[in-house]
Design a protein around this ligand. Structure first.
Ligand SMILES: [Fe+2]
Ligand SMILES: [Fe+2]
Length: 189
């Protein structure tokens, strides 16, 4: 079914291309890390992003939304640049900016869900919810890796993300609580 919702179409196209940028960035990030466990963890996150890209494409195909060549080009370049830069900027910064980015991405999928609802489509709820939660898990992982580092307070002040600041209101404790059945509405603002 074709959809007529420009904002939704744009966010699908953007997400599809940005997932590739993220995956590319994590290739460089994983390679730049010395600790083997951290390497594996970041590689797993890379795989998650490829999976997200597949999911988004599947949704796009169902609604005859084409891939944006412009976004593909732009995010390809951004991904490769970030990937490359990870070799030169030490351990802290790749984790920090990955975490900040993931923090902003979390609501993208919840917002998409709302756009779909506004045109009466609920069949993508599960996959969109899962992707949003997965991005939150990525954010939490990146934060864990650097939360005690000496640069954290300064970077948190400048870039408004860190131990006490997040760009979303998703709560993994609620998500993982089997007794919590009531659905909380995330990303209202
Ligand atoms: Fe993703
Ligand atoms: Fe992610």
């Amino acid at each position: 079914m074709k959809i007529n919702h420009p904002a939704l179409i744009n966010s699908l196209r953007l997400a599809y291309s940005a997932e590739k940028a993220a995956a590319y960035a994590y290739v460089g990030h994983a390679r730049s890390l010395k600790n083997p466990d951290e390497k594996v963890a970041v590689q797993q996150i890379e795989n998650d992003e490829w999976e997200h890209r597949k999911n988004v494409l599947r949704i796009m195909q169902q609604h005859e939304v084409s891939v944006s060549k412009y976004f593909e080009f732009k995010y390809n370049l951004i991904g490769l640049l970030i990937s490359f830069s990870c070799y030169f900027i030490g351990r802290f910064m790749p984790y920090f900016f990955a975490g900040k980015l993931e923090s902003g991405n979390v609501c993208e999928y919840f917002r998409m869900m709302k756009y779909f609802h506004s045109i009466g489509i609920t069949k993508h709820d599960k996959v969109l919810h899962e992707m949003g939660i997965k991005e939150k898990e990525h954010e939490v992982f990146f934060l864990e890796m650097i939360k005690d580092e000496k640069w954290m307070p300064l970077f948190e002040k400048i870039f408004n993300w860190g131990v006490n600041n997040s760009s979303n209101d998703v709560d993994l404790e609620i998500e993982n609580d089997p007794n919590y059945s009531e659905k909380k509405e995330y990303c209202k603002n």
